[in-house]
Write a protein that binds this ligand. Structure first.
Ligand code: MN
Length: 260
């Protein structure tokens, strides 16, 4: 990529392909200068994301198999493994322990384990990870299956405990925080407790965008401001820290962006 590209912010978890008009959302990322990780929910959807983002300097597709879809899409596991061997960005993968998805837990664990094994095997992989009601198990998988020199995990919209967050951070994990998670006291307390050098921003758009509009990339500056106020630093200092963190994460995947 052009390492002099102007970047105003980062969205480390956006479902570009689930928006009503994906090319339009990609244009919005460009216009707002928000570098965006376009996560996918099935490996089959990844190809379309690759096509859409081909001409974009700001949107990077990631390949995943969402834990909520594993019961329907388990057969795509081999596609996922082979895609992980070819692309540095992985997501959305993970585990969902909420009651409505408990039925697929064993399949979820199988898909997550095989995804992490594929990433660990090739190395240089950044993975955006879902861990709703499964923080402990996600941390355990990371501990047993990955090493920090080969896989860089980003826990997306993390809602586990502060002690689970610390364990994940000890394993090298980053945390992508979205504005919606900062609307509740528990999310605020967690965001305040996370190590500064592991903070990233995301939108989880279209699922967690703030009231309409804006959706997608326009939410990022608000997320930065909100994080700054929660952590009692200036918006400028927060933006600089987030840029440095994002730069490190992207460099791990071989994507080089300029310092702020
Ligand atoms: Mn998501």
């Amino acid at each position: 990529m052009n390492s002099q590209l102007l970047i105003r912010g980062f969205d480390f978890h956006c479902h570009v392909d689930l928006h009503p008009d994906p090319p339009e959302l990609i244009r919005a990322c460009e216009e707002n200068a928000i570098l965006t990780l376009a996560v996918t929910t099935t490996p089959k959807a990844w190809n379309q994301n690759v096509e859409w983002s081909k001409g974009s300097h700001y949107v990077y597709p990631a390949v995943g198999l969402h834990p909520e879809l594993v019961s329907d899409r388990f057969a795509e596991i081999e596609l996922l493994e082979s895609a992980i061997a070819r692309t540095p960005l992985v997501g959305e993968i993970g585990l969902d322990g909420s009651p409505q998805h408990r039925g697929s837990w064993r399949q979820q664990a199988d898909v997550f384990a095989r995804s992490l094994a594929a990433a660990q095997n090739v190395g240089g992989r950044v993975a955006s990870i879902h861990s709703r009601q499964a923080a402990e198990e996600v941390v355990q998988h990371l501990r047993e299956q990955t090493t920090g020199d080969r896989v860089l995990p980003i826990l997306h919209w993390f809602s586990g405990s502060q002690s689970q967050a610390r364990q994940a951070a000890d394993l090298g994990a980053y945390f992508s925080v979205n504005p919606r998670s900062l609307e509740h006291a528990r999310g605020v307390a967690l965001a305040r407790s996370l190590p500064e050098a592991r903070l990233l921003t995301e939108t989880d758009s279209p699922f967690a965008s703030l009231a309409n509009p804006p959706t997608g990339p326009k939410c990022i500056p608000q997320a930065v401001q909100r994080l700054a106020s929660i952590r009692d630093v200036s918006a400028e200092a927060m933006a600089t820290c987030l840029h440095q963190n994002a730069r490190r994460v992207l460099a791990f995947a071989g994507i080089h962006v300029a310092a702020r």
